[in-house]
Design a protein around this ligand. Structure first.
Ligand code: 5GP
Length: 215
């Protein structure tokens, strides 16, 4: 009787022969759906860490400290920045945002793929600090879709909304600096998520794997 062959899943195969962990930067304009994509990516069993970044902006209704962000006052944030506890930091629409360095280095050391959800200036900084990071730009189906989505979520007043759209226009011009561009069309979240999973698989199949070192 012939024995049935069972192919290992990507995850099991990785346990047998671990590749170096990836640093994946997911970037793109506000309202494009980065959070929704991340929520889907969290559902797999994969060995991943999703960095909770720090900000000085106020929590929106429903946001939890330590889960959505580490919400800090400006002096605490600036102290962390001064003490090099942030891998990168940037101002966005008048507020500070930054990536706690320890979360990234500890997760990479533990062999986990690390995900950063940051805006475009931050992505550029991370590329300088870790040239082997994988930079993924999440783009809307169109600028009109983005404007509609931002308006519908009702988390910003009209002047903040306008500011975010102005920033988004500039951010969309930066797509050529990225390794990959994934389009998140209205109603097609699953497609965007599967494109990102495909990118991760392709990266894991590289003959010369990326080896992330933080400067
Ligand atoms: P929001 O206020 O909508 O949560 O975030 C505004 C923008 O800041 C989004 O594009 C978000 O991805 C980005 N962001 C969140 N955390 C960080 C961070 O630590 N560094 C940078 N550079 N951008 C961040």
């Amino acid at each position: 009787m012939s024995q049935e062959l069972v192919c290992p899943s990507h995850e099991d195969a990785k346990v047998a022969s671990p590749e170096p962990p990836l640093l994946i930067v997911l970037s793109g304009p506000s309202g494009v759906g980065k959070d929704s994509v991340i929520e889907e990516l969290k559902k797999t069993e994969a060995n991943r860490h999703f960095v909770v970044t720090a900000t000085t902006r106020s929590p929106r209704p429903g946001e939890t400290n330590g889960v959505d962000y580490i919400f800090l006052d400006e002096s605490t944030f600036l102290e962390m920045r001064q003490n090099h506890q942030l891998l990168e930091s940037a101002q966005y629409s008048g507020r500070w945002y930054g990536v706690p360095r320890s979360q990234v280095s500890e997760a990479l050391e533990a062999g986990k793929d690390v995900f950063l959800k940051i805006e475009v200036q931050g992505a550029e900084t991370v590329r300088g600090l870790a040239p082997e990071a994988v930079l993924v730009f999440l783009a809307p189906g169109s600028f009109e879709e983005l404007a509609q989505r931002l308006a519908q979520r009702r988390t910003e007043d009209s002047s903040e909304l306008q500011r975010r759209l102005d920033i988004a226009r500039r951010e969309m011009e930066q797509v050529s600096r990225y390794d990959y561009c994934v389009v998140n069309r209205d109603g097609c979240l699953e497609q965007a998520v599967s494109d990102i999973e495909a990118i991760i698989i392709a990266e894991k199949c590289r003959v010369e794997p990326r080896k992330v070192r933080l400067e």
